[in-house]
Ligand binder design. Structure first.
Ligand code: PLP
Length: 348
């Protein structure tokens, strides 16, 4: 599903030079490389300011803390997403309320949001890089843009966005990393203070709104890795789009494709298929790795038991039938052909 060693081999010299320079500089936390990464990544993701944090999960937590919602406020999350979307809500002292997804795409359905008296925000997850529009919504929205690197235009529904640079992302660090984006200088400043122990001047620790700060930073080595990789991002997305187009045309007609908008970055290529688990075994026998994003909807996650949630029939159906096939930029023509041929030889 990803070949990070191959990616490194293609990019090796640029990344190794950047990391060595950073090591030799003696600046490992903060400093000019982190600032440059925040500037360039904010530009790439289409926002005014970026604040680097430890991971995409932390980016969600700090985005929520910056909203400074009253404790116990409810935040709507989609049933189909990585657990971090809901986990971050709980870690921020808030209550995730899981909503069902659309029948055509695993995205929040704006007509069926479980808005209740305690609802204070929504997390719009742009899953696989497909924008989750929420027209007419009158609540703060956090964009979970963890899977959106390379989208053009960037999906954007809210006022603040969280991005992950987990290594398997199309733009990935060599370890954990994340960033929060905003257009407001004052919000960026809140985020900076929240992620630096609420420090306003050295060793003076204030609350940020009602929140206590902690430590979450994108370290300078990861910032150097990201800056070195950024020029390669358009080529990665172009290759992924080309691979997706081949699958669109070549996979058999019983494979249900997901609609994709023109600027989609193809973080994943996901289809819906009958007999999914049997097909997956057949692909594995042919040496083809696949994945399920995500096999269990949030409405059925043990960590969220007892919390309010909507019925999630569309999410249940999606999780039972969806399959992600390899689409990364390192695939060869022969590998793509093998995927297509294995699908074609499968009897339903
Ligand atoms: C949709 C979504 N949200 C949040 C995250 C969390 O990011 P991280 O793994 O960097 O903490 C991920 C990462 O996989 C993700 O895919």
């Amino acid at each position: 599903m990803a070949d990070l060693a191959l990616r490194h081999k293609r990019m090796g010299a640029a990344i190794e030079t950047a990391v060595l320079e950073q090591l030799r500089s003696g600046r490992y936390v903060g400093g000019p490389t982190v600032e440059e990464a925040q500037r360039q990544l904010a530009k790439h993701f289409g926002w005014g300011f970026g604040v680097g944090v430890n991971s995409g999960t932390d980016a969600l937590i700090y985005a929520l803390l910056a909203l400074d919602l009253p404790p116990g406020s409810e935040v709507i999350v989609p049933a189909v997403t990585f657990f971090a979307t809901a986990g971050a809500v709980l870690r921020a002292g808030l209550v995730p309320v899981v909503a069902d997804v659309r029948s055509d795409l695993p995205l929040l359905d704006p007509r069926r949001l479980p808005i209740r008296a305690a609802t204070r925000a929504v997390i719009a997850v742009h899953l696989y890089g497909e924008e989750c529009p929420l027209p007419g919504i009158d609540l703060p929205v956090v964009d979970d843009s963890a899977q959106c690197a390379g989208a053009d235009p960037q999906p954007r529904t809210g006022q603040i966005a969280a991005v992950s640079f987990y290594p398997t992302k199309t733009l990935g660090a060599a370890g954990d990393g994340g960033m929060v984006f905003t257009d407001q200088a004052a919000v960026a400043e809140r985020l900076r203070r929240l992620s630096h122990h609420g420090m306003s001047t050295p060793y003076l620790h204030d609350r940020v709104g009602s929140q206590v700060g902690a430590n979450s930073r994108l370290d300078a080595l990861q910032a150097a890795v990201l800056l070195a990789q950024l020029p390669d991002l358009p080529a990665r997305v172009t290759a992924r789009r080309r691979h997706a187009q081949i699958y669109d045309v070549e996979l058999p007609c019983w494979v249900r494709r997901l609609p994709r908008s023109p600027g989609h970055p193809v973080h994943q290529y996901v289809v819906r298929v009958p007999s999914r688990d049997r097909l997956r075994e057949k692909l594995a026998e042919a040496g083809i790795e696949t994945a399920i994003y995500y096999p269990i909807p949030l409405s059925r996650q043990p960590a969220l038991t007892g919390l309010p949630h909507a019925e999630t029939p569309c999410a249940d159906a999606f999780c039972a039938e969806s399959l992600a096939v390899p689409v990364h930029e390192g695939l060869t023509g022969q590998e793509l052909e093998r995927v297509v041929a294995t699908f074609r030889s499968f009897s339903l």
